[in-house]
Design a protein around this ligand. Structure first.
Ligand code: PGA
Length: 250
């Protein structure tokens, strides 16, 4: 299975900065075609510029969130149908900042996941424990709950088409990466949940690691048996650094 190296730009990089980024990132990674899958996820206003800048390249474009309804009186929200209209192919769902800063629940993430699949958007569903949950020894219980309630409820056919991301909340934006062994342990646990839910088809589901991934730790993380790529925040804002991470995944 090829690794997926995905960049989550969060609320950074304005529309006018996208073309410059693409002009540096796409050529730097052109020789990786076929060896690794690449994805960037800009903020909503930067999506049209990103779709235009990466058109015809090997770099896919995704959104960081979407609403579960197709349209309606939801001021300030963005419909998945509008993303499809723009030519966006992917969407991140249930990122820890969505869950913990904006209060998204597992049930909401599941509703969004179902809609994303219905629209033909490829989804990355994020799960991961808080530091206090890890310290209390609840990591597996949290992952099991998030897996079954924000993903498992979608049914096997849909789970097979979903990408999972393990992002321990204590490692996001903190510079404190999970060690490759800690990451592998959680990924192995998630792989087991996938096996129970899907049987042999579970082997085709990628599990990304996210949380302070940098050019100097990416290779070691992706060398783990059940780590099938990375979801990169801060380090994806620098096109050369992100290209180095892409090479680590190739
Ligand atoms: P980080 O963010 O790489 O800046 O820790 C990862 C994420 O939130 O997806």
């Amino acid at each position: 299975m090829k690794n997926l190296v995905a960049g989550n730009w969060k609320m950074h990089l304005s529309p006018r900065e996208v073309a410059g980024y693409a002009g540096r990132f796409a050529p730097e990674t052109a020789n990786l075609v076929g060896t690794v899958d690449l994805l960037v996820c800009p903020s909503f206003p930067a999506l049209p510029a990103a779709v235009a800048a990466f058109r015809g390249t090997h770099v896919a474009v995704g959104a960081q969130n979407m609403h579960q309804e197709l349209s309606g009186a939801y001021t300030g929200e963005v419909s998945g149908a509008a993303l499809v209209d723009l030519g966006v192919g992917w969407v991140i769902l249930g990122h820890s900042e969505r869950r913990h800063v904006f209060g998204e629940t597992d049930a909401l993430v599941l509703a969004k996941l179902k809609r994303a699949h219905e629209l033909g958007l490829k989804a990355i569903v994020c799960v991961g424990e808080l530091l206090e949950e890890r310290d209390r020894g609840e990591t597996e219980a949290v992952l099991r709950r998030q897996f079954s309630e924000s993903l498992g409820g979608a049914g096997p056919a849909l789970v097979t088409k979903t990408t999972l991301a393990y992002e321990p909340v204590w490692a996001i934006g903190t510079g404190r990466t999970a060690t490759p062994e800690t990451a592998q342990e959680a990924h192995r646990f998630l792989r087991g949940l996938l096996e129970k839910a899907l049987g042999a088809a579970s082997e085709g589901v990628r599990i990304l690691y996210g949380g302070s991934v940098k050019p100097d730790n990416a290779a070691e993380l992706m060398a783990q048996a059940d780590v099938n790529g990375v979801l990169v925040g801060g380090a994806s804002l620098d096109p050369e650094g992100f290209a180095a991470i892409a090479r680590a995944g190739a």
